[in-house]
Design a binder for this molecule. Structure first.
Ligand code: KG4
Ligand code: ZN
Length: 500
């Protein structure tokens, strides 16, 4: 589904009226009312179109000289509800209200329409009063709701982002879409002897690193906490204990400074990183996020409103597979760079290792999912077998063949997602993006298929606070209300929850 928002004209009146009567039965506006609304110069009406079909509309009024805008109506066709169209319409209306210099937006909603109320709350609307029996003939009350646009008026908010979901303590600062600072402290060394991230050690390291990293970021941006407009923090997915350190710190900062707080999804942050690199995110895009903690394939139609998980790993993450196989081969941690280094001298076709979830029967159920644990076992078995026969193995060949198997599956599935959904763009993120072969194969396949390949600089691909700050600034610029302080750290937060 691809939805386009477009300004309404009088020519759209017949189609609008069809949807108006279908949506509001008893309370539908007469055609004449709608005609004068559409024609008035203090109103702004928009349509949501899927192809040529009208699937929703909404309207706002704002009198010149007034600080106040009113949402007049919003409707989404019944069979298209729950798909984010209401949010797209609201985004556009709040944007327009801001552009017209409104400081607050008001609306009335039926007391029995809890779905609409939920949508409005997402945009920061709070109930400020009730009009008894406002909707006739049903005699249903109207709730009067209002939201402030104070923050949004600051067109380029300065946002501080805190990221502690895994082993990187990151604090980043952005102004609007511009990167001001991106400071990272990694506890990777402390995990090396264990061959993987130890959650308790990561959490303790965040506690030690957070304040110095915060100070350094402010210094780098040449700002003080006073200059910051809002705080953004990763609240999931990730390691629970590690997340809690960042969430606790961010909440404390918010309470102490009185600055609003935005709880942000880590995976959406990886996608947002592209804005830091080129000033905007082009959508739709397929995003392949590969690190020690995740392997996710996303379809991003709109960063704040429409991120879909197409598939993910059903066992090990791609980076984790590199780390585990490196251990089998006697290489050090983190395994990715080591395997990359050794593989350069090897033959990628020497051993045909299995490609997880690519057989026709798997593709039916797991078209965009990944599995690396079978591959990891195959490598271990290959090494054991050689050892038991006292045969010498070429570590370079094993490393190159293993790397080839991982990269092959990752890129083939990502490129087929681009084709299946008609998306001409692929964005890569996560620490495994450092892999030389991954970049090479991605480039080849994308070029061959007319797909634009986006790889942000490596410092923005690995976990960092700037990617969280940038999602925060997008939320603010879209008029989203801050998160309330009752959000928690959620290790399995779904990617569809962009803000908690
Ligand atoms: O995004 P990241 O820094 O954070 C965590 O997931 O914590 O990713 C780290 C992961 C590790 O598993 C590491 O082995 C892998 O990324 N990695 C690589 C390469 N460099 C880092 N994997 C393959 N090839 C590389 N060159
Ligand atoms: Zn990550």
């Amino acid at each position: 589904m691809s939805i386009v928002i477009k300004q309404a004209t009088l020519l759209d009146l017949p189609e609008i009226m069809k949807l108006e009567t279908a949506s509001f039965a008893n309370d539908a506006w007469p055609e004449e009312t709608f005609r004068s609304e559409l024609g008035a110069n203090h109103t702004f009406y928009i349509l949501a179109l899927e192809g040529d079909e009208l699937v929703g509309y909404a309207g706002l009024s704002k009198l010149p000289g007034s600080d106040q805008a009113d949402i007049q109506t919003i409707a989404v066709r019944e069979d298209k509800r729950g798909l984010g169209i209401g949010r797209l319409l609201m985004n556009s209306l709040t944007q327009q209200a801001t552009d017209l210099d409104a400081k607050e937006i008001f609306l009335e909603v039926r007391a029995d329409n809890s779905i609409a109320q939920k949508l409005y709350k997402l945009f920061g609307f709070k109930q400020i009063g009730t009009r008894k029996k406002y909707y006739q003939p049903d005699g249903v009350d109207a709730f009067i709701m209002k939201t402030d646009l104070k923050l949004k008026k600051n067109k380029e908010p300065i946002v501080l982002g805190i990221e502690t979901s895994c082993d990187e303590t990151g604090v980043g600062i952005v102004r609007g879409n511009t990167l001001l600072a991106n400071i990272i402290s990694s506890s990777m060394d402390k995990h090396a002897i264990f061959g993987g991230v130890v959650p308790e050690i990561a959490a303790r390291a965040h506690l030690e690193a957070l304040t110095p990293v915060l100070d350094e970021a402010l210094e780098k941006a040449n700002l003080t906490l006073d200059d910051i407009d809002a705080i953004a923090v990763t609240n999931g997915p990730g390691l629970a204990g590690a997340l809690m350190v960042g969430v606790g710190a961010a909440k404390a900062l918010s309470v102490a400074t009185g600055k609003p707080i935005y709880a942000v999804n880590h995976l959406v942050g990886h996608v947002g990183a592209d804005i830091l690199d080129r000033g905007e995110l082009q959508t739709p895009t397929i995003a392949l996020l590969v690190s020690g903690g995740h392997t996710s394939l996303l379809l991003v139609r709109d960063l704040l409103n429409d991120v879909e998980l197409l598939g993910e790993t059903i066992d090990d993450a791609a980076g984790e597979a590199f780390d585990k196989v490196a251990r089998v081969l006697g290489l050090s941690y983190p395994g990715g760079p080591e395997i990359d280094r050794v593989a350069k001298e090897g033959n990628p076709a020497a051993i045909r290792f299995p490609r997880g979830l690519t057989l026709p029967k798997d593709m039916e159920k797991h078209r965009y999912d990944f599995s690396f644990s079978g591959l990891k076992t195959a490598v271990a078995r290959h090494v054991e077998l050689a050892e038991s026969k006292n045969e010498e193995i070429s570590i370079a060949d094993v490393a190159a063949s293993f790397r080839e198997a991982v990269v092959d599956v990752l890129i083939k599935k990502a490129v087929s997602a681009c084709e299946d959904f008609g998306v001409p763009r692929l964005l890569l993120g996560g620490g495994v993006v450092a892999n030389a072969r991954l970049r090479e194969v991605a480039k080849e396949h994308c070029e061959a298929n007319g797909i634009e390949l986006r790889i942000p600089p490596f410092s923005l691909c690995t976990d960092n606070g700037a990617m969280i700050a940038i999602v925060g600034s997008q939320l603010i610029m879209a008029g989203r209300a801050p998160s309330t302080l009752d959000f928690s750290a959620e290790s399995t937060l779904p990617v569809t929850t962009v803000q908690s």
